[in-house]
Design a protein. Structure first.
Length: 128
């Protein structure tokens, strides 16, 4: 994902629009897409601010936190449950999620789901 364009460029472009230039001609002058200039102008009209909006972040897993106790209760009941089995259990009670969503949930809460205990490395080296 790219970085947002600078506030300096935004303010110069909108200053040119305020001086009487159209959004399309100002966009051409400053080397941005016309739709970008139009969006910045509309954002400034609507909110009074033309700063870039926040980028990135996990925006879809937030709602899973509402079901935290339910997910953790199922996991506590069967600690050897796989993500597919947990997903099937949750869909049986009306919560439809993806494996990746459950994986991110467990990572966020610091829960490791490793099945085997850690063992030391073989001293003989690779066998292939």
């Amino acid at each position: 994902m790219g970085q947002p364009l600078s506030m300096d460029l935004r303010s110069r472009l909108l200053g040119a629009v305020d001086a009487g230039m159209s959004c399309r001609s100002a966009a051409d002058r400053f080397g941005v897409a016309p739709s970008t200039a139009i969006r910045w102008q509309a954002q400034r009209r609507a909110t009074g601010n033309f700063a870039p909006k926040p980028q990135g972040g996990d925006t879809r897993s937030r709602w899973v936190e509402e079901y935290r106790e339910m997910i953790l209760a199922l996991w506590e009941a069967r600690k050897d449950i796989t993500l597919d089995e947990l997903r099937a259990e949750l869909s049986g009670i009306g919560l439809v999620v993806a494996n990746s969503t459950l994986h991110r949930f467990f990572v966020r809460h610091g829960i490791t789901r490793k099945k085997r205990p850690a063992t030391r490395s073989s001293r003989t080296g690779p066998t292939s």
